[in-house]
Design a protein around this ligand. Structure first.
Ligand code: AMP
Length: 395
């Protein structure tokens, strides 16, 4: 068996993990613990080819959760020694302007992740909690932080700076950071392989469309523009997030509707996007409703597509020359209708989807033979990308 990496994604009340074989990319085991710290928790451990272990139980904190995970590996496998575990990879959401790549975690790095908490108050403290518990659970192993923002630190100032008072921006570290970097990096590399060209010569537009959604323009393997901003609220229409709106809306809601900042935060992050437009944040349900002719679902898809098309158009301009557009994540990989809608009307710019290829499944080219810019579906694998980055650092 080749080396493996234990990949951890810790949320404030959840813990997701995967044991990844680095060479094959295979998931040797995975699991999810939910509602940590609540009165009813749920824990699941999955090993391919075996029955899932699912338990309803109280899980008091992340340390308790890791104890449960270790017991599952002992009882149900796979054996971590046999799996040749070489390190632990931690997904960390916000790496600020400091972390442009994955790093070995020591006390200083942990402190810096903590210092970045004001920029990602819902995520970094939870990621750090996971890191602390995991370091106690796996003391003999190197722990590596892989940042969602790192891939985007190549975005030039013209694209990452906001046109606000420079002192205010500097004092509060306000700029575009971008997110989904691990996914965009994985897909951009894969896209170069699929085109059979060196990464340095390939320009791509990547559309990561899941519950969260972001677009990135990649020139020669480097992110030069992305749609999320200082926070993951900016850009495309998402499951429950609004994406771009006029910031003036926030002042208006506060002054005129009497909403507090927290209420507006909840409105834009949790009650907007597809959910706000249609009553459901799940794209499958929206499509079903649109297929049944329900007007607000039809219109929601038009809004999603309009935003996507405008973003693709802008990125074509930023890149100058584009080799390929790649769709990934839950919606990007599985919805022919969203892909068609997003790129419809761009035939004059050399982007032509082939309906039959678009209707297929799996990793494939979906553009027509004569399309000047190729269009692809490339399934993302963030855990594998994290595992590879850990292996590159510690291997
Ligand atoms: P993710 O966050 O990557 O897991 O993506 C979740 C989103 O993908 C949800 O909005 C799902 O409704 C959507 N999704 C998954 N499968 C399909 C499908 N076959 N057609 C349309 N949307 C899908």
């Amino acid at each position: 068996m080749s080396a493996s990496v234990f990949v951890i994604n810790a949320g404030s009340s959840s813990l997701k993990y995967q044991l990844v074989a680095v060479d094959s990319g295979e998931a040797l085991a995975s699991g999810l613990i939910e509602r940590i710290g609540e009165t009813t928790g749920r824990a699941m451990h999955q090993v391919p080819g075996r029955d899932d272990v699912v338990e309803q139980r109280v899980i008091t904190d992340h340390a308790h959760a890791f104890g449960w995970v270790l017991r599952q590996f002992d009882a149900h496998g796979p054996d971590l020694d046999e799996a040749q575990l070489i390190g632990i990879g931690h997904r960390v959401v916000q790496g600020g302007a400091r972390f442009d790549r994955a790093v070995l975690i020591d006390d200083d790095v942990a402190q810096q992740i903590d210092d970045l908490a004001p920029l990602a108050p819902l995520h970094n403290p939870a990621n750090l909690q996971g890191i602390r518990s995991a370091r106690a659970t796996f003391p003999g192993f190197p722990h590596v932080a892989v940042f969602d923002t790192a891939f985007h630190l190549t975005i030039p100032p013209a694209a990452h700076r906001y046109a606000i008072d420079e002192r205010v921006a500097a004092d509060h570290r306000i700029r575009k950071y971008g997110f989904h970097g691990t996914s965009h990096q994985f897909v951009s590399r894969r896209m170069a392989e699929l085109l059979g060209k060196p990464l340095e010569q390939v320009n791509t537009i990547l559309l990561h469309l899941g519950n969260g959604a972001s677009a990135t323009a990649v020139r020669g393997g480097e992110s030069i523009e992305t749609s999320m901003g200082m926070t993951p609220l900016a850009g495309l229409v998402m499951g429950t997030r609004s994406g771009d709106i006029d910031p003036g809306v926030i002042f208006h809601l506060h002054r005129t509707a009497g909403m507090s900042i927290d209420e507006i935060d909840t409105l834009l992050n949790k009650r907007s996007g597809l959910l706000g437009l249609t009553g459901t944040g799940d794209m499958r349900d929206v499509q079903q409703a649109a297929d049944a002719g329900i007007p607000r679902a039809v219109e929601a898809l038009e809004i999603v597509a309009h935003r996507l098309r405008g973003t693709v158009g802008a990125y074509l301009a930023h890149l100058g020359r584009t080799d390929a557009i790649a769709f990934t994540a839950g919606i990007g990989e599985n919805s022919p209708a969203v892909r068609t809608a997003a790129l419809s009307g761009l035939e004059g710019l050399g982007i032509v989807i082939d309906p039959e290829r678009n209707a297929g499944r799996g990793e494939r080219c979906i553009s027509a033979a004569g399309s000047a810019i190729e269009v692809w579906v490339v399934p993302t694998d963030e855990e594998l990308e994290i595992a590879r980055q850990v292996a590159a650092l510690v291997g």
